[in-house]
Design a protein around this ligand. Structure first.
Ligand SMILES: Cc1cc2nc3c(=O)[nH]c(=O)nc-3n(C[C@H](O)[C@H](O)[C@H](O)COP(=O)(O)OP(=O)(O)OC[C@H]3O[C@@H](n4cnc5c(N)ncnc54)[C@H](O)[C@@H]3O)c2cc1C
Ligand code: FES
Length: 273
């Protein structure tokens, strides 16, 4: 956060660009001076004269050299961000919001359930846990995408993550193609098939709202208690500072009270998300 004016972005230089899918691009940028964050937090990325968008920080804070963002091209700002090139600067405001309950997760088994670009915030926590592997128990990652071409972070999911100690990665797609020999089907049913044990396990899920809704139900069916399930919500935001009222659900502002909520907390909010 800029120390004199929280509305003023810091400038970050784009160091690297990688296309994760046909419409999701990974941007690696320099970490602005004094910018520190925890997994689950987001930032407002801006292009001068176009606007700003809330984007989850997808790199782990254990990586002090740079920050990464996975950005899906959906409209004006995200299109402008996709047009930016290595060496150019973009505005970064933040970090915004709360984070995953990192302290509570220490010593526990971790279950991550992601869908589509919803893997972005989870990846920050997954890589944080890999970098501090002895502080966490078994790690399961269950991830689904609409098609094999829509899988974000394919190389990490299929090559580096399954090689981490005491870690299992499960992939599914809604619709396969001739080349796809993996699992086909929706994430909640796949999760119930895998049936991870709720014993000493904290679950974190992020993805399209419909997926989150059914994953929460499946986790309860598997015996996870509501205070051991966390999710991160994507409400439209403007100020990111709890001032404009754009992102409220009941008396909570997603930009400052969230975006991370436990299922127990969500149960107390009006059903507007
Ligand atoms: C906490 C949080 C974390 C997010 N993390 C990421 C991320 O890691 N990567 C990423 O690509 N996107 C993320 N988003 C969504 C991102 O903020 C929007 O897609 C982006 O602001 C759209 O801006 P635009 O100008 O390109 O599109 P617009 O021209 O404003 O809109 C284009 C289309 O996208 C829809 N849209 C706009 N904002 C949102 C939103 N917040 N949620 C859902 N639909 C939206 C609009 O209704 C419209 O249909 C996150 C949002 C929040 C609130
Ligand atoms: S975005 Fe303004 S109050 Fe949350």
């Amino acid at each position: 956060m800029h120390k004199d004016n929280p509305y003023l972005p810091s400038l970050a230089t784009i160091q690297g660009i990688e296309d994760l899918t046909s419409d999701v691009r990974l941007l690696r940028v320099t970490l602005p001076a004094g910018f520190s964050y925890l997994p689950g937090q987001c930032a407002l990325l801006s292009i001068l004269g176009v606007g700003e968008s809330t984007i989850s920080i997808t790199s782990p804070p254990t990586q002090p050299e740079y920050m990464e963002f996975a950005i899906k091209r959906v409209g004006k700002v995200t299109e402008a961000i996709h047009e930016a090139e290595v060496g150019e600067q973009i505005g970064v405001r933040g970090p915004m919001g709360n984070h995953f309950p990192v302290e509570m997760m220490r010593g526990k088994n971790l279950l991550f359930v992601g869908g589509g670009i919803g893997l972005a915030p989870l990846r920050s926590m997954i890589k944080y846990a890999f970098d501090r592997r002895s502080e966490f128990g078994h790690i399961d990652v269950i991830y689904g995408a609409r098609s094999p071409q829509d899988i974000c972070f394919f190389k990490e999911l299929t090559e580096s993550w399954p090689q981490q100690p005491d870690t299992a990665v499960y992939l599914t797609v809604d619709r396969g193609d001739e080349a796809w020999s993996g699992h086909t089907g929706f994430v909640p049913a796949f999760l119930e098939e895998i049936a991870p044990s709720p014993q000493d396990c904290l679950a974190v899920t992020c993805g399209p709202p419909i997926m989150i809704k059914f994953v929460l139900q499946s986790l309860e069916k598997l015996g996870f208690s509501r205070d051991m399930i966390y999710t991160t919500l994507e409400m439209k935001m403007k100020c990111g500072l709890g001032k404009c009222g754009r992102c409220n659900i009941g008396d909570k502002y997603v930009c400052v009270d969230g975006p991370v909520f436990s299922f127990a907390e969500l149960g107390e909010l009006p059903n507007e998300f």
